[in-house]
Every structure is written in C-alpha cells, then in structure tokens.
Design a protein around this ligand. Sequence first.
Ligand code: GDP
Ligand code: GDP
Length: 454
Amino acid sequence: MTQLPIVAIIGRPNVGKSTFVNRLARTQDAIVDDQPGITRDRLYKPAFWQDREFFVVDTGGLVFDDDTEFLPHIREQVMVALAEAHAVIFVVDGQTGATALDEAIASWLRQQSVPVFLAVNKCESPEKGIIQAADFWEVSLGEPFPVSGIHGSGTGELLDALISYLPTQTTLPETQEINVAIVGRPNVGKSSLLNAITGTTRSIVSPISGTTRDAIDLVVERQGQPYRLIDTAGIRRKKNVAYGPEFFSINRAFKAIRRADVVLLLLDATEGITTQDLKLAGRISDDGCAAVLVVNKWDAIEKDSHTIYQYERYLKDRLYFLDWAETIFVSALTGKRVEKILDLAEAAATQHRRRVSTSVINEVLQEAVTWYSPPTNRQGRQGRIYYGTQVSSKPPTIALFVNDPKRFNDGYRRYIDRQFRQGLGFNGTPLRILWRGKKKGDFESSNMNRATQV
Ligand code: GDP
Ligand code: GDP
C-alpha cells in the first residue's frame, strides 16, 4: 500500500473543520459523519496542493456521541491523529476569537513535535479578516493564517507553507538489520544450529573478540537481508570452565530476548516441553518479541506421516500463548531445513514491525461487532467500541476506544483478538490490544496470549 503523508485537522467543534476539509479534499463527499462511531475510514480524504498529494483527516468526527466533557476527548483525538500525522492544521474561529478550549489545545500542541499550522477560519471579510487572525498570535503557534473554508480565501498561503513540511516521497524502508536471538535450554542444539546457520550465510561482520563475558553478536546476510545474531558468545559459552556444562544462564537468555526482534526458540524433538522451555516462551510473550519455534533433532526421532502433526498439536497445546508463532522442524546435525529458518524469521520480523491503517482496523472491528455484539452487563449496559487505531509496532499494538473496558469480558476480548488475527494476519508476532475507556486513566491492556504462570 502506498502511504501518502497525513495532515490532521484539529480544533474544537463548530470552528469549520469539516467545511475546511471539504475544501481541501478532492472529493466533495460528506465528511461529517452523522453517526460518530467506528466508521473512521470515511474521515480520511485524499487531497492535493500543487503537485503534492496527501490525506486529510478530520478529527472532529471522532467526538464521542454522548460527550459531556470535551477536553479530555479532544486531547484523545489529537493524540490518535498526531500519532500518524506529518503535519497538523489547527482550526480556530476568527469571528469568536480564542476561547479557553483553543488555548488548552494550543498549549498541548506546543509540546508536540509535529509541525502545526494555525488556520483562523471564518476570516472572509477583507477588512476584518487580517485583524481577526492577528488576535491569534497570542496562542503562540506561529503565524496565524486568515482563511475562509466557505469562500476559499487564504487557503493557498496556508497550503504553500504546509507542503514544504510534508515528506516528499514515501521513502521505502531500507533493509534493516533483523535482531535474532537463538535461545533454548542446554543441549537443545544452539551452538550446532549457529554453526549450521553461519554455514549457509555470508558473514558480513566478523565477531569482535573480547573477554568471554562479553556479548558477541555476529551479523550474517542471507539474500540481501542482514541478520544480527545476538550474543553468539553466550550460545557457545557452555564449555566455559567456570560453570558445569549443564549450567543454564537464564538471565543471559532473557537479555538476548530483550534485544531481539525475533527469537528462535529451540526445542528438542527427542524430549517434551520442559519448565525451562516454558520460562523462555513466557518471557518472549511478555517482551512482545516475534518468534519462530524451531524443533531441532528431528533426524533423531522415529516418525510416520502423522508425527509432525501430532507434535505440532502437542506444541500448540503446551505453548498456547505462542500459538501465533510458526513452527519448523529441523536438524542442525544434517542441516535439514536449516536454511528456511531465517526466512521464517524475516517473515515474522516483517509482521512485527507492520503498521495497519486505521480504516482497515475499523473495517475489521465493524465486521466483528456486527457478527457478535459486545456483552451487556447485569444493569443492562452494553459495551461499545467507538473505534480502533494502531498506536505502535514491535509488537503491533492496537488501542480500542470504548465506553467502559469493564464491560468487555475475557471471552469477548479473545473474540476480538481472533477477529484481528483472521482479518489482519500478523503471523509470527504477538498482537497487543489496549482497551481504553472514556474516563481518564481508564486504561487496560490485554494480551490474551500472555503466559500466566509458568
Ligand atoms: P466543525 O464542527 O469544526 O467541523 O465545523 P463545520 O464545518 O461543521 O462548521 C461549523 C459552522 O461554521 C457551520 O455553520 C459552517 O457553515 C460555518 N462555517 C464554516 N466555515 C466558515 C467560514 O469560512 N466562514 C463562515 N462565516 N462560516 C463558516
Ligand atoms: P547447546 O547446548 O544448545 O549449544 O547444544 P549443542 O549444539 O552443543 O548440542 C548438544 C548435543 O546435541 C550435541 O551432542 C549435538 O551433537 C547434539 N545435536 C545438536 N543438534 C542435533 C540434531 O539436529 N540432531 C541430533 N541427532 N543431535 C543434535
């Protein structure tokens, strides 16, 4: 998907935001959504000025329908819009002058890093317009542009200034190094696997030697993609004299997981899942890393055509909180399927840093609530989801703005989680969902896949 720059239109109600957006947008479709709710996709409008294209998003449509206190919610919209915007147009009403709410929004905007353009709307009067706009110097957001959404005057000057701040083209993400940790309990085959992997790849940075206690990373390249194998010294350290060969430094493994985008969790096919495996898996889930389950020593077990499926089912059962992870059956000894491991790691890393547009998220949400409405509590109050937006990646995190998080029980949360998985994929990475209520501080995170106790 090509991603155009996004310009967020922010301002208190009735200043003329939607009129202004209509003027900027190429299409004249109704932008004001009579049913504020989760259909936020209708608020994104393609627009252009000179040779530059961008999206305008009218945050005004995000005002909750039973709003009583505006400020916290406006701030919330601003936050959501700002998270993805490249520039903000702050619209105020030149005929009424700066209100307390304008001041509050302005002081908040001043603390943000995104460029802000101050559009003083309703300044169509040739005499009064400039004076009305000049009054807004006091909000300290730079030059106030006198504009009129209805008549179109002044918008050209504002847009000239604005487009110089938009990214010129969607810069393709350069090939980023993927941080990969290889973890597993002693004797599962970590150092054998490390050798097998480095045998199939080109090592572009030789390991930096240091004391044996240093974490040493090894950067390898496969099909143009660099991978940083984290703490390869730790993997090889078991022969260290200071500890017995069976010594398992879980803290060292935890440190490697913390630095990883993707964790290769090595499991031993000849043995079942142990407490140590569960401990590592739990940490992967808690840290929000992408993961690949690598079942090693597959050469050493007797198998028929069912074995792989049975083993897979067994894994999903025991490691249910990593049920989003792909599984691969390998042999570090014979090299079987070893070269596929990094491909899976790359796919998982791509999903881990993926961003999904707000409109797509709300399409999935709308489908989900249509099939199965949110629960109603004993007092007859129903849960309502207003809209959702991806607030961060690594791991992908979606905030759902709802009336009251307490009205959504675990069953419903799991359902929404499944719907997102079905609709959006995200294979190989955990997905976090934040349930955000209307009350300040009413914020719950749910990670349904979390390892509860291991
Ligand atoms: P929003 O709530 O900020 O989206 O505001 P609207 O776009 O719905 O406009 C609110 C009111 O202001 C409407 O009655 C518009 O007709 C009026 N309005 C919008 N732009 C202008 C303008 O440039 N000049 C004048 N005089 N009125 C405007
Ligand atoms: P580490 O402690 O996790 O680094 O494990 P090692 O790589 O040192 O391997 C432990 C033992 O398992 C060694 O005896 C290896 O030869 C053996 N091993 C490793 N990978 C495989 C495999 O794919 N198949 C079989 N049969 N043995 C393996």
